[in-house]
Design a protein around this ligand. Structure first.
Ligand SMILES: NC(=O)c1ccc[n+]([C@@H]2O[C@H](COP(=O)([O-])OP(=O)(O)OC[C@H]3O[C@@H](n4cnc5c(N)ncnc54)[C@H](OP(=O)(O)O)[C@@H]3O)[C@@H](O)[C@H]2O)c1
Length: 353
């Protein structure tokens, strides 16, 4: 059988927490080959092995070790498809420069997510929003494009809400998060701030979750997205967990539903076949646990290779209608895996031809 030639790809911000996850997920990827790495001028000129303080549990991919790290400047040498996991302070400028120069940038950072012409995509939830890149390229006069994945706290919430919104309509959503320290990058939160502690503030996070959830569950219309017609209230906390954001959620529905109706909606939630076939798509995007004390990050964070939203503890809510717990892996489903799945969808749908 004739083998498809792999598409060369690069990573902007390759040395960080998310960049490392990307390098790891790209090892032996059936469609993409990691060929180019970019980071700050502190890392540029070194090999990846020299520049990177590798923090993942499995070894650095052999093929990446000797790649040279470049400055993040569009000089015509980087591949067309670039994953971006840059420090938020430089992401807007660097991603914009590469998109203008003709690159397809699949971004993890927040700057462009809420721009009306920038797709904010979870392939299992709103793959049709990818279409926004057509008007983006036309109106911005870009040869390239920017496609974004949501904030790591939004992703599990939106995956858990999508079947509820479709089946019964959402009216109100209240969410309280318990977010892992790896979400703050490396070296992240100082030990003396987080050890034996809970920090009830993560700058800008609550506003991001509230707005992004409405955009993700919104309807594509007139070259933009009509946001979902439900209110979201988020409270975000940093806790002493290594990986995995846990969220407690209460929802009020527009149409009456039983507990069994909600469980069936989650069980039956499957993406379109073309999304389900993508190499990084989880077998089941939503996984239900029926034990009274699950999901827990220690046991459940790697469910479906870290790509599932794991849901449990569905019960009536005396204030709204129902409440439950959802867990997702912040650097995989919330960042690197999400970007990879978006890029696979872009390739499958012909956006990279
Ligand atoms: N961690 C998560 O769970 C998570 C989840 C979703 C989204 N995100 C977002 O993803 C992005 C990366 O997060 P992270 O946790 O991986 O951060 P990180 O560990 O701090 O890594 C930041 C990366 O940006 C590079 N960088 C810094 N300044 C630069 C400059 N002036 N020019 C070019 N590159 C520069 C760093 O390179 P050097 O090593 O050379 O400094 C490093 O590769 C952020 O926007 C974050 O909000 C993170």
């Amino acid at each position: 059988m004739k083998r498809m030639k792999k598409l060369e790809v690069g990573i902007l911000g390759a040395t960080g927490m998310v960049g490392q996850r990307l390098a790891s997920l790209l090892e032996n990827h059936p469609w993409f080959e990691l060929a180019w790495l970019g980071a700050s001028d502190r890392s540029a000129g070194k090999t990846y092995a020299q520049a990177c303080n590798w923090r993942l549990e499995h070894p650095m991919p052999t093929a990446a070790r000797d790649l040279t790290v470049h400055e993040c400047v569009p000089d015509g040498k980087a591949p067309q498809l670039l994953f971006a996991s840059l420090d938020g302070k430089v992401a807007a400028e660097v991603e914009g420069a590469f998109a203008r120069a003709g690159h397809a940038v699949v971004s993890n950072s927040s700057f462009y997510r809420m721009e009306p012409d920038v797709p904010l995509v979870i392939p299992e939830v709103n793959p049709d929003h990818l279409m926004l890149v057509r008007s983006q390229r036309r109106e911005r006069n870009w040869n390239g494009m920017i496609v974004t994945n949501p904030n790591y706290t939004t992703v599990g919430l939106a995956m858990s809400l999508a079947p509820i919104e479709r089946g019964f309509g959402l009216d109100k959503v209240m969410m309280t998060s318990m977010q892992a320290v790896s979400g703050a990058g490396y070296p992240g939160v100082p030990t003396l701030d987080i050890l034996g502690n809970v920090i009830p503030h993560i700058g800008g996070e609550e506003e991001k979750v509230e707005r992004e959830t409405q955009k993700l569950l919104g309807i594509l219309s007139d070259g933009g997205v009509q946001p979902g017609r439900f209110a979201v209230s988020a409270q975000c906390n940093r806790v002493m967990v290594e990986n995995g954001h846990t969220e407690t959620v209460s929802v009020a529905l527009r149409r009456k539903a039983s507990r069994e109706d909600l469980l069936a909606a989650w069980r039956e939630f499957m993406p379109a076949p073309e999304v389900h076939r993508l190499p990084s798509a989880p077998g089941r995007p939503v996984v239900l646990r029926d034990e009274a004390d699950r999901p827990q990050p220690r046991f459940d964070v790697n469910t479906e290779h870290g790509m599932a939203a794991v849901i449990g503890r569905l019960r009536p809510c005396p204030v709204l209608d129902f409440k439950y717990v959802v867990l997702s892996h912040n650097t995989i489903r919330g960042a690197a895996g999400a970007a990879l799945l978006n890029a696979e969808l872009m390739k499958a749908e012909g956006y990279l031809d």
